[in-house]
Design a protein around this ligand. Structure first.
Ligand SMILES: Nc1nc2c(ncn2[C@@H]2O[C@H](COP(=O)(O)OP(=O)(O)OP(=O)(O)O)[C@@H](O)[C@H]2O)c(=O)[nH]1
Ligand SMILES: Nc1nc2c(ncn2[C@@H]2O[C@H](COP(=O)(O)OP(=O)(O)OP(=O)(O)O)[C@@H](O)[C@H]2O)c(=O)[nH]1
Ligand SMILES: [Mg+2]
Ligand SMILES: [Mg+2]
Lengths: 291, 278
């Protein structure tokens, strides 16, 4: 893991009088490897290491008493800065209902997160309604209904096999139940599936969601940037949710997605239960990625 | 790759980028490149298209032979246990496998062993209806071991050729969930000491290096005979499976290439190696 690798690198660096280009390059080589092993995207790592290198070559470090530690500090600070601010709030509508659209690749945890977000918002005094707009996956609507029922939050679904129609009808359903937040659960889809991406664009165009959240599996590898970029280009989403962060994946996808989309990570899903969600902390994420 | 004529450091760096970007992982990438470099030196290759061929051979050669012979099933029923972390495509893969076996003239029975997740039983039930095979299920929240037990008994009395048991997704780091899986396996072994005849680990093709941890933990808990690598119809290359094949000697049996009933293919190492460099 990075910590023990860095220890031995630092020992070498600390033993030397001052930081040279050579030993900065050596420690950065170790750090580069650690970031790649943590699933951070190849190109993102390249750019990141270049940035750190420029900083490390600065006058400040060369005069530092413990130059090796200084490099790690620079890396950590750069990571925290890159990860963005801690918990960014979601937008709220002037006139209810606030509409939140949940999207992402297959199996990333969207339906479960829809339940979690409903639970989270209700605890904050809102009146959410969950919308089952996945018309493809077997028993998707039933899944959302069961989740909603388990926490006593209303779920709108209909027998329609038209996602747009369901979303459209959900607005009336929300007003009838005096719900002030609509959370639209959508089907998992590939960023390269033209028809499915267009379905989301149509929902966005017509419903004009106040908040679009891209839900990504926390153990995603190098491919994280591809999906994130496409979803950003086509939907301009507002924030990112990383799921399954209760596992031991290092979560490099967080850095990759953040670097490539500049969107904030708004929530971490940390378990299968509907209360297992937490706000995002950039410093904790940086430590996790660094191992 | 083919734009360059000579094999040099710049070309090798390009190859490193392709492999790492395909989730092959740093350690495995370095090993592959080192082996390729040795062959290039030994066999005196100069041209990049030759390098490309060596690379494909090197990658394809890492995969062990498939364990599962579809046409040689002697056990009655042949029991397949499908396992893996959350959301990888287990339930969908079972639907596709059932369809494939049914097309081969086999009698298939499915077991709704995920009694934990909302609508998991209903999801598999729809697949069973689509494929037109029997399904053994209990109520939501029932003991998964009991479902597996009943399914194998039913498979015997109904003369099924194959019984495929679905299990709940579980993170390999959750000790209690891995214990539950061990218990399900013990129950299966009580019904038939030879079963499960095949433990299939379903891995998501978009997963990064964590896939190796997953494989290790599932091997440790209940053993794994083969892998199904899903979602290769996206842009991910699933390269973590190369590290798994290399370090853990696990074969890939099938790949998932879509959400439809026919979107399952037997794994072909040559085709896979080609797609990695496509
Ligand atoms: N351990 C863990 N499991 C999770 C988490 N979030 C979701 N899951 C599980 O991941 C699996 C997939 O979750 P879903 O909510 O069905 O995913 P989805 O994105 O809606 O899937 P599709 O609609 O098929 O694209 C389920 O087994 C969930 O219980 C999490 O934070 N931690
Ligand atoms: N594109 C694509 N999607 C797939 C593939 N295999 C499964 N999926 C989708 O991935 C999502 C999750 O599939 P499931 O079969 O529910 O996964 P699971 O492992 O059973 O999930 P849990 O039981 O919740 O752990 C669904 O939306 C599937 O349609 C595949 O090969 N390609
Ligand atoms: Mg869903
Ligand atoms: Mg399942």
């Amino acid at each position: 893991d990075l910590s023990s690798k860095l220890e031995s690198v630092l020992k070498k660096v600390r033993g030397q009088g001052k930081l040279t280009e050579k030993n900065i390059a050596d420690s950065l080589k170790e750090i580069r490897r650690a970031l790649l092993e943590a699933d951070v995207n190849y190109k993102v790592v390249k750019n990141f290491i270049t940035e750190v290198q420029e900083k490390a070559l600065g006058e400040e470090v060369l005069r530092s008493i413990t130059p090796g530690q200084q490099i790690v500090k620079i890396v950590y600070d750069e990571l925290v800065q890159l990860m963005g601010e801690s918990h960014t709030d979601m937008k709220t509508a002037g006139i209810p209902p606030t509409i939140v659209m949940i999207c992402g690749l297959q199996g990333s945890g969207k339906t479960t997160f829809t339940g979690k977000l409903g639970n989270f918002l209700r605890k904050k005094g809102r009146r959410p309604m969950l919308v089952g707009a996945d018309v493809y996956r077997p028993a998707a609507k039933k899944q959302l209904e069961m989740l909603g029922e388990s926490i006593g939050i209303p779920v709108y679904t209909s027998p329609s096999n038209d996602a747009l129609e369901i979303c459209r009808a959900s607005i009336k359903a929300a007003r009838e139940k005096a719900c002030d937040v609509l959370i639209l659960d959508t089907a998992g889809r590939l960023h390269i599936d033209e028809d499915m991406m267009r379905e989301l664009e149509q929902v966005k165009k017509e419903l004009k969601p106040h908040e679009i959240l891209f839900v990504a599996d926390g153990m995603t590898g190098q491919d994280a940037v591809n999906a994130a970029k496409q979803f950003l280009d086509r939907l301009d989403f507002d924030g990112v949710v990383l799921t399954k962060m209760d596992g031991d994946a290092r979560g490099g996808a967080a850095l990759s997605i953040r670097a490539v989309t500049q969107r904030p990570i708004k929530f971490l899903s940390i378990g299968e239960k509907l209360d297992a969600v937490e706000a995002f902390h950039p410093d904790r994420m940086a430590s996790r990625i660094l191992g | 790759i083919n734009a360059k004529k000579k094999i040099d450091d710049e070309l090798l760096e390009e190859i490193e980028e392709i492999l790492i970007s395909g989730d092959v992982g740093v350690e495995t990438t370095l090993e592959i490149i080192e082996n390729v470099k040795q062959r290039v030196r030994k066999e005196k290759y100069e041209e990049s298209h030759e390098l490309y061929r060596i690379l494909r051979e090197e990658v394809a050669g890492i995969f062990p032979e498939k364990q599962f012979r579809e046409d040689g099933l002697s056990n009655r029923p042949y029991v397949i246990l499908v396992i893996g972390v959350n959301g990888t495509g287990k339930t969908t893969t079972i639907g596709k496998l059932a369809n494939r076996f049914r097309q081969q003239g086999k009698k298939v029975l499915l077991a709704a062993g995920d009694t934990f997740r909302a609508a998991a039983i209903e999801q598999l039930e729809i697949w069973a209806q689509r494929v037109n095979v029997d399904l053994v299920k209990h109520q939501f929240g029932a003991d998964p071991g009991a479902v597996a037990f009943d399914a194998i008994q039913a498979g015997r009395s109904r003369q099924a050729d194959v019984v495929i048991i679905d299990t709940a997704g579980r993170l390999h780091t959750k000790v209690n969930l891995m214990e539950e899986l061990k218990k399900v396996q013990r129950v299966i072994q009580k019904v038939d000491p030879g079963a499960p005849h095949l433990n299939l680990l379903v891995l998501d093709g978009t997963t990064g290096q964590n896939a190796l941890n997953q494989a290790r933990q599932f091997i440790d808990a209940v053993g794994v005979d083969g892998i199904v690598l899903t979602k290769l119809d996206g842009t991910a290359k699933g390269g973590a499976v190369i590290g798994i094949a290399h370090q853990l000697k696990l074969p890939v049996e099938y790949i998932g290439v879509g959400e439809g009933i026919d979107d399952l293919q037997p794994f072909d190492p040559q085709l896979y190696a080609e797609s990695l460099f496509a």
